[in-house]
Each structure stands twice: as structure tokens, then as C-alpha cells.
Write a protein that binds this ligand. Structure first.
Ligand SMILES: [Zn+2]
Length: 405
């Protein structure tokens, strides 16, 4: 008789939606064995080896999915833009709002005014909305400080949030988000400052896991983005890019040429972009919240991404201006309804491909032995329900690193 292995916990009584290879790959009546916060065995209960669990959990049916991953957010910021939202709907023009100091600059102003504690506190409740609906990994970007100390303070706030919530929080430096008002006359001076001062400090203090930029005619040119990416490469930081949101500038191809983790938005991406991304394994992160709020009509080329085998992720893009989204699950519905993704693609977009967009695909994003024990129990019959229900909070039990929250 073989000796049974002692483990921390065993989870039984539900079907496993493993998301291995980005597909459902459902295991009926599955079992998950957890030791030290990691999945050590995943499979059908009938084939399970003998375990002696310290804790055994038995669900009464339902499904288990990997913990959801929101791979693109701007959750840390000062103030909010609800007043502008209301003004616009009361007929005030964008130009008048901008003339009053509105738009992104109002968020920059409020973020610069906020202490690190205030940034952490205001982001926490928003983050908790995401976590309550099954998110166990979230990326948060800087990019509203737009001066040296405020950018570093935002990143430090993101690190502090990560230490205080039951979720894996990934920090991205987006100092190249917009040009600060002080650099309006000499925008390249801001690129110099990002490359020569901010990124080296970010690297030296371990404040970010990746570097992002906003490539758009009203933001950074491909040449300016390339300077930021060259510096990131020199410092050994992976890159990602806001690209092709409002126009086609070749940003997605540029990102792919740097082996970027992801290119994000992509409404105006071309077949050439899709081919380049497919060849380099750059994930397409689709953001239906901003598409919806801006009432865009140009949809990202999902068919081209499929054709060129570009993994597609979905994210909330939670930000005060263009996507004040507090639900990743709503993005599943919008990815299907607005962009024509299948429910299986949408779920892969917030699990395995969301992980890949963060460089975490070897440890996160699917129910497989060797990965972190981040998973969610849903008392639902089918995984498509996650994309089907429009809004609202579905009942769920979130397990983070093997512990029920
Ligand atoms: Zn964004």
C-alpha cells in the first residue's frame, strides 16, 4: 500500500473549468489538491491519488475557474471625473471642459495633490469591487503623476495596495501616458526625464514590473515610444503599449518588434499588426469599457487576431476618464456583445491570456499542477454564464493562494 501524502487542502464537488491552453477543458467532478498555496494535483476525483488533507472542502456542484485576472487598469488616481461626465451630458462641450482644466489634466492635478495614503485608500474600495467578483490578479499603472515624485509615489501606492489585499498586484510604470503641462512646449524633454531619471529609479527600487506608454497622435509618437522601450530594455524591464486606439500608427507592430508582453486597445490594428503580434506572442488586450464609454464604432479586428493566432485578453481599463469600470465580469459580456468574442475566448481573456499579458502564464491563469492556487467557485451550471449575465455580482467563493476569502 502506498503512503498517502499530507497536503494543506483538498477541494471537491465541482466541475473544473481548467482553461488549459486557453480553452475550457472541463473536468467533470474534479479535485484540486493544494500545498503551500500551490496546486499540486488537478484532475478527475476518480483518478485522484491518496491524500491526507488538513482541510477538505466539498462544494455542492457548480464550477471552479482560475482566479480572474484584470491585466490592464489605472485604479490608482486622485479625484474622479463624474462631474465632467455630468457636464458633458448636460451639453457642455469637450473644448469647454478642457478650457476649465478638465480631462486627464484634472486627474493629474488631483493625483499630484494626493498623499500616498490617500491614493491607497481611494484605490482600495475600487480594487475591492473587482476582487469581490473573482479577480485574484490585477495590474495597475501609474501615469497620472506626470512628474518624477508623483509617478514614483503612484507606483509606491500600487506596491502598498499589493501588500494589503488578497490578490497578486502587478505594477506598471506608465510615465509616458501624456505630456505634463510643464512640458507642453518641449515634449521630448519629458521623454528625456522618463528615460534618464524615472525609469532608472523605478528599476533600482523595484517599483514596477513592466513599462507602458500611450502611442497616439495626441500622445507619444512611435519614435518617442521607441526611446522609452530602448531604455526599458536596457534596464531589463518588459514592455507593453496602448496602441491603435484612435488611429493606426504602427504602435502594435513596434511593440511586437520589442517582444512586448501586450499591445492594448487595438481598435485600428491592421493585418500587418496582427501578423507581427502573432509571430512574437504579443497578447492583444481588448478594452470594451473605453470603446463603450467613448461610443466608438471601429471594433478591434478579432477575426485577424484569431487568424494570426494572437492570444486575446480582456481587461477593465478601470480609469476615471474613459472607463470607470468596477466589474471585470461585465467586460466579459461586453467583449462578447460588442467585439464578437465567444464566451470561451472571453474567459480565456481574463485567465490564461490575461496572465500572459503580464508575463505570468507559467504560474497563473489556469488550473494546472504547479500553478498558484488562485481559483473561484461559482454555483453555476456552465462557464458561459460568466459572460452571459449582464452586470450584477454573481455568487462566488474566491480562493487566494489556497485560502478561502
Ligand atoms: Zn489604459
Amino acid at each position: 500500500m502506498t503512503e498517502s501524502r499530507q497536503i494543506d487542502s483538498l477541494w471537491l464537488g465541482a466541475d473544473l473549468v481548467t482553461m488549459r491552453d486557453g480553452r475550457y477543458h472541463i473536468i467533470s467532478d474534479g479535485a484540486l489538491a493544494v500545498e503551500a498555496g500551490e496546486l499540486i494535483w488537478v484532475g478527475p476525483r476518480a483518478e485522484m491519488p491518496a491524500f491526507r488533507p488538513r482541510h477538505q472542502h466539498r462544494f455542492d456542484g457548480g464550477i471552479l475557474t482560475p482566479g480572474l485576472i484584470d491585466c490592464h487598469t489605472h485604479l490608482v488616481f486622485g479625484g474622479d471625473r463624474s462631474a465632467e461626465f455630468e457636464q458633458r451630458l448636460n451639453g457642455v462641450s469637450y473644448a469647454d471642459i478642457a478650457a476649465q482644466g478638465g480631462g486627464i489634466l484634472s486627474t493629474v492635478h488631483a493625483t499630484r495633490e494626493a498623499s500616498e495614503e490617500q491614493l491607497v485608500a481611494s484605490a482600495r474600495w475600487r480594487l475591492q469591487r473587482l476582487l469581490a467578483e473573482g479577480v485574484t490578479t490585477v495590474e495597475i499603472k501609474s501615469g497620472y503623476g506626470l512628474d518624477e515624485s508623483s509617478e514614483l509615489r503612484m507606483l509606491s501606492a500600487i506596491r502598498r495596495l499589493g501588500e494589503s489585499v488578497p490578490a497578486d498586484v502587478v505594477a506598471t510604470c506608465l510615465a509616458a501616458h501624456a505630456f505634463p503641462p510643464e512640458f507642453k512646449q518641449h515634449p521630448d524633454g519629458w521623454v528625456d526625464l522618463v528615460c534618464e531619471r524615472i525609469l532608472p529609479q523605478v528599476k533600482a527600487n523595484g517599483l514596477a514590473d513592466a513599462v507602458d506608454a500611450f502611442c497616439e497622435h495626441l500622445a507619444f509618437s512611435p519614435a518617442q515610444v521607441a526611446r522609452v522601450f530602448d531604455k526599458a530594455a536596457e534596464l531589463g524591464l518588459p514592455v507593453k503599449l496602448h496602441a491603435e486606439q484612435l488611429s493606426s500608427l504602427g504602435g502594435a507592430r513596434l511593440a511586437a518588434s520589442y517582444g512586448a508582453l501586450s499591445a492594448d486597445h487595438l481598435e485600428y490594428a491592421t493585418e500587418e499588426d496582427a501578423r507581427a503580434m502573432g509571430e512574437r506572442g504579443t497578447v492583444a488586450v481588448l478594452l470594451p469599457g473605453a470603446f463603450y464609454l467613448l461610443r466608438e464604432t471601429q471594433r478591434p479586428p478579432v477575426a485577424l487576431f484569431r487568424q494570426h493566432k494572437v492570444p486575446m485578453a480582456l481587461a477593465s481599463d478601470a480609469n476615471p476618464g474613459t472607463s470607470p469600470a468596477l466589474s471585470l465580469r461585465l467586460m466579459l459580456n461586453m467583449g462578447c456583445t460588442l467585439f464578437g468574442m465567444t464566451p470561451e475566448e472571453a474567459l480565456a481573456g481574463v485567465t490564461l491570456w490575461g496572465a500572459k499579458a503580464l508575463g505570468l502564464q507559467h504560474t497563473h491563469g489556469s488550473l494546472e499542477a504547479g500553478k498558484v492556487a488562485n481559483f473561484v467557485h461559482w454555483p453555476l451550471a456552465r462557464p458561459a454564464e460568466l459572460a452571459y449575465w449582464l452586470g450584477g455580482e454573481l455568487p462566488c467563493t474566491v480562493i487566494y493562494r489556497g485560502e478561502a476569502q
